[in-house]
Design a protein around this ligand. Structure first.
Ligand SMILES: [Ca+2]
Length: 473
């Protein structure tokens, strides 16, 4: 059905283009979220990209296809299913069924021919492209990392923690001191998170030996890491932190604004920022909350532990979002040239730095970032190898980006068939509920086997069985 539609519209487009006067300029149609022909900076950005490519001998007319930002994925799906398929498509979900229809190009051969793009990839991009070659999203993965006020770190007078044990002592030192200066020691948590324990897991999973979503049990069988001894040891430690007032048990009802507020008001010493940008937003908000003190944030190390060291394993089964080239495009070579340019130093200067006189000023070789930079964002890529001519990110933010490459660990998670959705939901709910029971003290770690049994009964056995068919293969 779709293929018939595609053939019809392609034939129509072809006959229309034949009726047009011949031109050396190639029309590329681009659809992307938040990229609009009604937004002047977007238009100016695209125009200067066209000019730069033309100077390199590629004459493109890049036409922005407007879709609403709200409900983008649905609107895109409707447009594609109607047979209107742009050359370059940004997906935020809904790509897998388009890939199944054969309308998304295998990007690997194109990347192979694109030296700038190839050099711009982050380690997780390389792994994801091996498993699912249809989407490209050249941005650092979200990897929550811990920060503390630098003036508090100085006041504590102890070194930043580098092991699990040192983290415990560090959280205790924060808790026992009166760093917020309200006259009451013991009313500041060492650490708080939002919603669940994912942020803690980001740096403590590897330390406790939780190497990925799937691990071998004592019998050599693949099982979900949720029910392993390593997970139990980690939760035992989280529960200890909770019992001693070092970890905020209210995490379970805290949204991100509550978490942040506890940090700014001195009710928690350490919080996690999910990206370099977020870390700098936290720094900016902290300074706004305390205009009398010039506060910087310090990034805390990725700790080693009994099981290892690193950031929690990154899902490399596929990109969740990103750019695709349509197989129906008549101009794949030109689209690939556009993408390669955007990954080059010249393209990144535009895409990352914004406009001279707006996001930065330039005097000779000296660049100065303006306040407008805080609202600029890359429309295409954040290349892993791009070094800006002036650094505006804080030291903490820069260090967090280095950690993403240094401490990257690929996960062995895979894409589930849709008929496992209910099992995945049910087991996740059982896990989250028990984690809270353990940390809040409502359940003791002696009840671990009851948790495992409930998790298995909720669909976990089925998940483990399917995982064995995938991972043993
Ligand atoms: Ca206090």
């Amino acid at each position: 059905m779709l293929k018939t539609l595609l053939l019809t519209t392609t034939a129509l487009a072809l006959s229309l283009s034949l009726a047009m006067p011949a031109s050396a300029q190639t029309v590329i149609r681009l659809v992307s979220k938040d990229l609009l022909s009604t937004n002047p900076p977007d238009v100016a950005h695209i125009e200067r990209i066209e000019a730069a490519l033309k100077a390199q001998g590629t004459d493109l007319d890049i036409q922005i296809v407007d879709l609403p930002s709200s409900g983008y994925a649905d609107a895109l799906g409707v447009m594609l299913l109607s047979g209107d398929i742009p050359d370059l498509i940004y997906f935020q979900g809904g790509d897998a069924k388009m890939a199944d229809q054969g309308i998304l190009e295998d990007l690997n051969p194109w990347i192979e021919k694109s030296p700038n793009l190839k050099a711009a990839l982050w380690p997780h991009n390389v792994e994801r492209l091996k498993n699912y070659p249809y989407l490209l999203y050249v941005y650092p993965p979200r990897a929550p990392q811990p920060v503390i006020r630098k003036d508090w770190l100085d006041k504590l007078g102890i070194a930043a923690p580098t092991t699990v044990d040192e983290y415990e002592a560090f959280f205790k030192a924060i808790h026992d001191a009166d760093l917020d200066g309200d006259g009451t020691p013991g009313n500041t948590f060492g650490v708080t998170t939002a919603d669940n324990t994912n942020e803690l897991d980001s740096i403590f999973n590897q330390a406790f030996g939780i190497t990925g979503t799937w691990m071998k049990d004592a019998a050599g069988e693949w099982v979900s890491s949720r029910i392993t001894d390593a997970e139990k040891a980690k939760l035992t430690w989280y529960a200890k932190l909770g019992a001693e007032g070092l970890y905020d048990k209210e995490y379970v009802t805290s949204k991100f604004d509550v978490k942040e507020d506890k940090f700014y008001t001195g009710k928690a010493g350490v919080i996690f920022g999910s990206s370099a940008e977020v870390i700098d937003i936290y720094g900016g908000k902290m300074r706004q909350a305390h205009p009398e003190t010039p506060i910087e944030l310090a990034l805390l190390p990725i700790p080693s532990g009994p099981g290892g060291q690193g950031l929690s394993a990154t899902d490399v089964s596929k990109e969740a979002r990103g750019f695709a080239i349509s197989t129906t495009s008549e101009h794949k070579e030109e689209v690939a040239k556009l993408l390669d340019f955007m990954a080059s130093t010249e393209g990144q200067m535009m895409d990352r730095m914004g406009f001279e006189g707006e996001e930065y000023t330039k005097s000779g070789d000296t660049y100065t970032i303006t306040d407008k930079m805080s609202t600029w964002y890359a429309r295409f890529f954040a290349a892993a190898n791009f070094v800006p001519p002036v650094e505006w990110k804080s030291t903490a933010a820069q260090e967090s980006l280095k950690n993403i490459t240094t401490w990257f660990k690929p996960d062995n998670a895979f894409v589930w068939p849709s008929d496992y959705a209910a099992d995945l939901d049910a087991t996740e709910n059982v896990y989250r509920a028990w984690v809270y029971k353990f940390i809040s003290g409502e359940a003791s770690m002696d009840q671990w086997d009851a948790f495992v049994a409930e998790w298995k009964a909720a669909g976990g056995d089925r998940l483990n069985e399917y995982a064995r068919t995938k991972l043993n293969g």
